[in-house]
Design a protein around this ligand. Sequence first.
Ligand code: ZN
Length: 351
Amino acid sequence: MQIGTAKAHAGQLTEGWFDATELPTGSTERLPVLIADGVEDGPTLWITGSIHGNEVTGLAAAQDVMTETLAERLAGTVVCLPNLNPAGLRRTARTSYYHDDDPNRYFPEPTETTGQARVQERINERLFEQIEDTADAVVSLHTAGVDSLPFSIIERVHYGEFRTESEARELAATVQRLADAFGLPTVLEFEAEDHETRRLHRSLGAATLNVAGIPTFTPELGSHTVVQERPRESAVVGLRNVMCELGLLDESDRKPNALAPDSPVPFPVRRADHPATETAGIVRHLVDTGDVIEADEPVAEIVTPHGTRKTTIHSDHAGYVLARRNGVAVYENDSLLSMAVRDTGDTVVAR
Ligand SMILES: [Zn+2]
């Protein structure tokens, strides 16, 4: 196997570069590639990090899991690209600065035409081709908002165009198994309508899962901008445990993931930016990261700049707090929390 200039060598960790695009100023934008290739054959796992350039805990975890010792123990291959967005990484920014596009919203979606593809979409197509050709599973490492609880996003699997319903159920079960092996609480993606409005159907995770049919999940490793030590360490353990689950590592390599939080609730949940305020003002939250929320529970007050209470905001849903919104100044219809809310829907959907 070869990805860019990185060539797999049995029993070794090798590195190289994948050319993303030529820059107007004369150099090449290239992505770092690491390949750990086992002595024995087996499946191929892809690990990607920091497609959002400020999500640096994923970058660090991806770097740290790729060691010489790992390569010696593998049955199969791990391909790791710790940084999919060098332009964002240079500026500690989410987007690439080519056209300030969000790189994680331009992966292939055969049923949607977006007109003339800009450079970010071209880069994603090149990358997607490599993943589609070689990967048996993908872990796409991200981070979420400030002070967010670490969790893993699971996409709903589509059936109809690309696979049958029973194939979709099998794929969904594999995704859940791999995410459970990783060890963070799992949260289904936003509801379908929200999902497309946010263009999340064109994220790496959605495209590799729903277009290419490769089991993929997306750990969100706490806050952005600085490496957070506990989520980094738990991600390294989690990635190795995913390798055990895939048969890339021996079962004896599986370790308890002591730093990964347990799900605060026993029922299935989905991501929701909820509740919203109808009143503008300064938000004063009554709940914090990881708190369990009952339906109708008060979760925030909106106050005047002088501090007088204007209104109290309640949650419509039961669930728990993934994170409070960044910033305290809110306009009408702004959401106040990133929540994991009770979900009674199916993990596979006709599409
Ligand atoms: Zn991200």
